[in-house]
Design a binder for this molecule. Structure first.
Ligand code: DGL
Length: 266
């Protein structure tokens, strides 16, 4: 039993899509979230910069006495997990890519044609392919970077013709050429455009890694004896820039917790 908070972090507001599923599954857990809204997007940055920023954020969370580090960012999970594990050896590091790869390996068969969409850095790292292939062989996996999605989502351009056109620009040929029947939203911003994608491609089964991450958090905390018993019913959200969209998205999180929002600059 451990009532300390979980540290959850992302390059910006996308990781907030992981908070509601975690709170739903683990309502007694308090969360300290950090979104690097001042330096987002990470997806077009070099691996060295992504690692450096991730270590800074993790250090801040560990100094706030978190009991686990939950990486609600596919880009960070793809590139920085070994560095985070080496820097913070006593703390479980739970990455979103591995938790989604488990779901893909468990639920897909050789008959499926699986598309993975993500940032440039995630796609270049091949982290999804490597993780899935280490768990299951023979699956047809195709990946594509969709770099314009994050900027539009951070700007709140979602229920909009521009977003639909951008989705079709990336996905029309990708879906058709590979005959996709499954699509993995390999960036934590993308669940925010899930409705658009489902409307444009109703034939696709969508895998949302943000939901898979909640299962992995529950499993790790339970295995390590770290589940909370008495909740403080408080969660704190830090961002390096308190943008209007970040604050608006926090207000949409489904939780009974008292919510604190603070600025944290590096
Ligand atoms: N939320 C990040 C992810 O899941 C991507 C956003 C960014 O490029 O910073 O990969």
């Amino acid at each position: 039993m451990d009532n300390r908070p979980i540290g959850v972090f992302d390059s910006g507001l996308g990781g907030l899509t992981c908070v509601s599923p975690i709170k739903k599954k683990l309502p007694k857990e308090s969360i300290i979230y950090f979104g690097d809204t001042a330096r987002t997007p990470y997806g077009s940055k070099s691996p060295a910069t992504i690692k450096e920023f991730s270590l800074q954020i993790a250090d801040f969370l560990v100094k706030n006495d978190v009991k686990a580090l939950v990486i609600a960012c596919n880009t960070i999970s793809s590139l920085a997990i070994p560095d985070l594990e080496a820097a913070f050896p006593g703390i479980p590091v739970i990455g979103i890519v591995d938790s989604a790869a488990e779901e893909i390996a468990r639920t897909c068969t050789e008959k499926d044609s699986i598309g993975i969409i993500a940032t440039k850095a995630t796609i270049k790292s091949k982290a999804y392919k490597k993780a899935v292939e280490s768990m299951s062989s023979g699956l047809a996996l195709y990946q594509m970077a969709c770099p314009a999605f994050v900027s539009l989502i951070e700007e709140g351009i979602i229920e909009n013709e521009i977003m639909d056109l951008t989705i079709r620009y990336y996905l029309d040929n990708f879906v058709k050429y590979h005959g996709l029947n499954t699509l993995v939203l390999g960036c934590t911003h993308y669940p925010l455009i899930r409705d658009n994608i489902e409307r444009l491609y109703p034939q696709l089964r969508i895998i949302n890694p943000s939901e898979c991450l909640a299962n992995a958090v529950q499993q790790t905390l339970s295995e390590e004896g770290l589940l909370a018993e008495d909740s403080t019913l408080q969660s704190t959200f830090y961002a390096s820039d308190l943008s209007e969209n970040f604050v608006n998205m926090i207000n949409r999180i489904d939780t009974e917790d008292q919510i604190n929002i603070s600025l944290k600059k590096f």
